[in-house]
Design a protein around this ligand. Structure first.
Ligand code: NAD
Length: 496
């Protein structure tokens, strides 16, 4: 194992050398394997050189954190909160450089990346507040005896994250876990290890002890070893439903597991909708972030009376997309994250064709600047039970499904195995209230895009989009995941 020199935050050219963090030391992997990550917008440019870790690195990381997190757990809540606030300040002061690194690593546009680097410090500040608000309860028992609950850290938390928000999603796991006094072993996505590392660097610099936080880079092998390690007390995972379900099957019942998974999110455009607003919201949800948001819009369920008017407007917005490298001014849609995502997009165009759907937008293998670029794809004549209407594609691909009654609309809306985000465009309060009650989704948006969630509100899916046991982000339910509760009975030696 070799010690790796850190590239300073804000490295915006050349190749950044990524390192694991184990026992407070930046190191390579004991496997001595490494892999390269290309810029999704210019695939000839290698942006990262990354340790390809294995089970032995994970075992080492878990051993260090399980032995080392106790001092952090014993740190007063006020001091843990201060550390998170300092980390937030460090990240905020680096927001612009981090945004550029995020574009090079993942492929977002600079505006999208800036939004992420702006929100991450806000997350950490919110969790600093949660550290101070962790409280138990007392229960009336009569006399001088007491019954009370103690909230304690769970222990060692394994945090496994996807690539599509490589700074923000990890901050919503490491932030609350550390706020509650846990130790964390963090495995970022293999596609976006750099922004996860930048978060860890800021937390260490702010004062999180090296014994309480480890970072292990690599592929699925790392995640599998982490969830199989019996010294891990809790697993928090955000990613695909297939992997989440494999993790759920792999962990024993006493290891608490939080899974936030995929979606097949729809917007219902009702007959009374403002069609310009509807088209704006749909385009934002479907083509923003190049269709790579878990809450992205992938289905439009539209009342038949407004289908043509809506389609024209959405097509106008699809045609207006300026596709290219997110660092170039004026670009509104970056590339997909890797070749597999690009190939999946094209494979689903073929599926749609075979299922009889009609592609309204131009297609073809098309690559404006040697990256993994695709055009927005809008498809009509999509059957509710078809693969295109049922399966998450995770690209700017939008399926139109036309309906003629409210009952049919809600059957189609709710007729997938997912339940993450659901949108309605309508001017009627009655319709909005009915929709909020009937939509089977953890996030319901009325006259808003399906994407975008508040920092201080619970966030999570229903059905196969989540374990539904604990919501990410926002307040008490999330902090429950990162704390365990003991019920303590107290009596004086000699009752009065
Ligand atoms: P993924 O499931 O392929 O990978 C996620 C992480 O799990 C990666 O770090 C990966 O290396 C690791 N992993 C892979 N196999 C594993 C295994 N068997 N055991 C343990 N870890 C394993 O997901 P992705 O492609 O990185 O991300 C896209 C997916 O994430 C989409 O389905 C999207 O909807 C979902 N997502 C959900 C939310 C949400 O909040 N619900 C947010 C963002 C993304």
């Amino acid at each position: 194992m070799t010690t790796i020199e850190q590239s300073p935050a804000g490295t915006t050219t050349g190749t950044v050398h990524i390192a694991n963090l184990i026992g407070g030391e930046w190191t390579g992997s004991v496997t001595d394997r490494r892999y390269l990550r290309e810029n999704p917008a210019a695939v000839d440019e290698v942006v990262l050189d990354v340790p390809d870790s294995g089970a032995d690195d994970v075992a080492d990381a878990v051993a260090h954190v399980s032995a080392g997190y106790h001092a952090w757990a014993a740190t007063p809540a006020e001091d843990r909160a201060d550390v998170l606030l300092r980390a937030a300040d460090l990240l905020a002061s680096r927001a612009e450089q981090l945004a550029v690194e995020l574009v090079r690593e993942e492929g977002k546009t600079l505006a999208e990346a800036r939004n992420e680097t702006r929100r991450t410090p806000q997350n950490l500040r919110a969790f600093a507040g949660e550290a101070l608000r962790l409280a138990g309860e007392t229960f009336p028992t009569g006399g001088t005896s007491m019954v009370l609950t103690r909230r304690e850290p769970v222990g060692v938390v394994a945090a496994i994250t996807p690539w599509n928000f490589p700074l923000n999603i990890p901050s919503r796991k490491l932030g609350p876990a550390l706020a509650a006094g846990n130790g964390v072993v963090f495995k970022p996505s293999e596609l976006t290890p750099l922004l996860g590392q930048r978060l860890v660097e800021a937390l260490l610099e702010a004062g999180v002890p090296g014994g309480a936080l480890a970072l292990v880079h690599g592929h699925a092998e790392v995640g599998r070893a982490l969830v199989a390690d019996r010294r891990v007390d809790a697993v928090t995972f955000t990613g695909s439903t297939a992997v989440g379900e494999a993790i759920h099957a792999a962990v024993p019942p006493w290891v608490r597991t939080q899974l936030e998974l995929g979606g097949k999110n729809a917007v219902l455009v009702w007959s009374d909708a403002d069609l310009d607003l509807a088209a704006d919201l749909i385009a934002k949800g479907a083509f923003g972030l190049t269709g790579q948001a878990c809450t992205g819009t992938s289905r439009v369920v539209v009342h038949e009376s407004v289908l043509n008017g809506l389609l024209d407007r959405v097509m106008e917005r699809a045609r207006a997309a300026v596709i290219g490298n997110g660092l170039v001014s004026g670009v509104t849609m970056g590339p997909l994250a890797n070749a597999a995502q690009r190939d999946k997009h094209h494979a689903y165009l073929q599926v749609a064709h075979d299922e009889g759907a009609r592609l309204e937008t131009p297609t073809g293998d098309w690559s404006p600047a040697g990256g993994w670029f695709v055009r927005p794809a809008v498809l009509t004549g999509v059957a509710p039970g078809s693969r295109l209407a049922q399966e998450e594609v995770f690209s700017p691909m939008l399926a139109f499904l036309s309906v003629s009654s409210w009952e049919e609309a809600m059957t189609v809306m709710n007729g997938t195995s997912y339940g993450l985000s659901a949108g309605l465009v309508s001017g009627s309060l009655d319709t909005a209230l009915r929709f909020a009650a009937e939509a089977e989704a953890g996030v319901v948006k009325v006259n808003q895009a399906t994407t975008g969630v508040a920092i201080n509100a619970p966030f999570g899916g229903l059905k196969r989009s989540s374990t539904q046991t604990f919501k990410e982000q926002g307040g008490a339910s999330m902090m429950q995941f990162y704390t365990r509760e003991k019920t303590v009975y107290l009596s004086p030696e000699e009752p009065a």
